[in-house]
Ligand binder design. Structure first.
Ligand code: ZN
Length: 313
């Protein structure tokens, strides 16, 4: 029942101070989702023991090189490994052409179906869903079309307590109905209240990735009460003019988004190469939103599994 994000790269623009361009892997119940794919992503996957065959979906925020220049290398490496399983890639318009040109002139042939899905970065829409998560776009404000992604774990049913079914002599054919909240019927034909047979479901967990973007408070309603928010914090307030000019955010602004949305935890990243010591950014964000951490490469941030509070005793 894993829900955790591993940082593969968190520097802006160019590699610096041992930091690499943007990439993250979200692991939900051992299915992995890659978010952005800057240069060096597959090398970082090796460094941090990411099982790349568990990735079947890749979500690209925008087409600036520090978010996508690792993608063609990764996709062609899958072919060298004789991958046959299909791969879905999501990203703004132009992504298909970008990949087609690289595949064409490098004469690379993929051994698996590659499905490229163009997303509209101007709206928040459900773009993907599987048994683990649903993914919704978050419109961002950058120099070229860019969107974030909100990952929401799928709702879970009530959890059966097998020993209780046995104790009441309840037929296992009733499991589906009991998971949906129905009463059970015991071997003696007696109705057994659902709360005696089940534990409350787990609360669905959420993670949002917002990079790159200028300060954009109108995304706050999309992020309300989520567990974990990664928001870019390229500069500190002292360099807020640079942030405005390049359509990036300051650490303070990232924290204002986190506070406004009442998220549980904020990760800041996409650090400008001007900062060797990142504490200046951490301190600035923490002053506004206390539960802030730096998205340090190689670190994994987990969201705990919690059960809903039962209203029954
Ligand atoms: Zn960018």
């Amino acid at each position: 029942m894993t829900f955790e994000v591993t940082i593969l790269g968190s520097n802006a623009a160019v590699p610096a101070f041992g930091r690499h361009p943007s990439a993250q892997v979200l692991n939900v119940n051992e299915q992995c989702y890659l978010i952005d794919c800057g240069e060096g992503t597959q090398i970082r996957m090796n460094d941090f023991n990411i099982r790349r065959h568990r990735i079947n979906q890749i979500f690209i925020s925008h087409l600036h090189g520090d978010h996508i220049f690792g993608l063609i290398g990764l996709l062609t490496s899958y072919s060298l490994g004789q991958r046959t399983e299909k791969m879905d890639v999501f990203g703004p318009a132009g992504i298909q052409e970008l990949l087609d040109v690289q595949l064409k002139y490098s004469q690379s042939h993929l051994t698996y179906p590659l499905n490229v899905h163009v997303v509209d970065p101007t709206e928040s829409a459900l773009i993907f869903s599987d048994k683990n998560v649903s993914v919704t776009t978050i419109p961002l404000d950058h120099r070229i079309p860019a969107c974030g992604y909100l990952f929401r774990e799928k709702d879970r049913l009530l959890n059966i307590i097998p020993e209780k079914l046995e104790a009441y002599g309840i037929d296992f054919k009733q499991i589906r109905d009991i998971k949906n909240g129905e009463k059970g019927i015991s071997a003696a034909g007696k109705e057994i209240d659902n709360h005696l047979l089940t534990l409350p479901p787990y609360i669905t967990r959420t993670f949002a990735y917002c990079s790159d973007t200028a300060y954009k408070p109108d995304i706050i309603p999309i992020l309300e009460n989520i567990d974990l928010l990664y928001h870019e914090a390229t500069f500190n307030e002292e360099k807020s003019e640079n942030a405005v000019a390049t359509k990036h955010s300051t650490a303070r602004q990232a924290a204002m988004i986190a506070r406004g949305a009442n998220v549980k935890k904020l990760l800041i990243g996409h650090f400008s190469s001007r900062y060797h010591d990142l504490n200046v950014l951490l301190h600035e964000a923490s002053a506004i939103f206390n539960n802030t951490e730096l998205a340090i490469e190689g670190k994994t941030f987990s969201v705990e599994l919690r059960r809903m509070n039962s209203l029954k005793n």
